[in-house]
Design a protein around this ligand. Structure first.
Ligand SMILES: [Zn+2]
Length: 207
């Protein structure tokens, strides 16, 4: 009798355990789903963060690689512009009696005044011309060059390497711009194209 009685409750207990096992299985499945979701989310956010972290170093190196910009100084002790450059339009040249571009800037200067290079570089040309007087061209860094026209004498020779502010000659006569009086005609190029020198140096601008 004892054995029979004792077995019945245990049999009932086994019947009651069946639904409990079902609940446990559901809890485990739910836990697995939660873990799967957490893993998926962490992977998704992890992948999204990765490119953001990579963007930071790609932005900074170009800033460090930029070369120091070249600086230019005045070609005369005192610079007063008497005629600015006209690169894209024709202006009347009353000495030659014709309309033409004015590729340089004219600076007022007494005959014999010292002329200085606007930046360090190499003298690539020294020419004595009929129309433009003595002409000196200096090549600078970063594709810049400067040409000084209307000089009386050149203080440099072709091939000379000169420091910024070095004297390159003295102001003389420029037959093609005779009617403007004594002055320095200064042309400047960047990568072979004319640019306006007063965009690069600080001078007074009277006209
Ligand atoms: Zn000129």
């Amino acid at each position: 009798m004892r054995t029979y009685k004792s077995n019945r409750p245990s049999a009932e207990k086994t019947k009651q355990r069946m639904p409990k096992r079902g609940v446990q299985a559901a809890v485990i499945s739910a836990a697995i789903i939660v873990i799967a979701v957490v893993l998926t989310l962490s992977l998704v956010f992890g992948l999204r963060k990765a490119p953001v972290e990579n963007d930071v170093p790609t932005v900074t190196p170009p800033v460090e690689e930029k070369p120091n910009p070249i600086t230019f100084s005045a070609p005369l002790t005192s610079c007063t512009v008497i005629k600015t450059a006209a690169l894209d339009k024709l202006v009347y040249n009353d000495t030659l009696k014709q309309w033409r571009t004015h590729n340089g800037v004219d600076f007022e200067a007494a005959a014999g005044s010292d002329v200085f290079t606007i930046a360090a570089g190499t003298v690539t040309s020294v020419e004595n011309t009929i129309l433009d007087g003595m002409v000196v061209t200096v090549e600078h860094a970063e594709g810049y060059s400067s040409t000084y026209k209307g000089l009386e004498k050149a203080a440099v020779a072709k091939g000379d390497k000169i420091e910024s502010g070095a004297k390159i000659g003295t102001v003389g006569n420029m037959m093609s711009e005779q009617n403007s009086g004594a002055h320095l005609h200064l042309e400047m190029k960047k990568d072979g194209k004319f640019v306006v020198v007063t965009d690069y140096i600080n001078v007074e601008n009277d006209k």
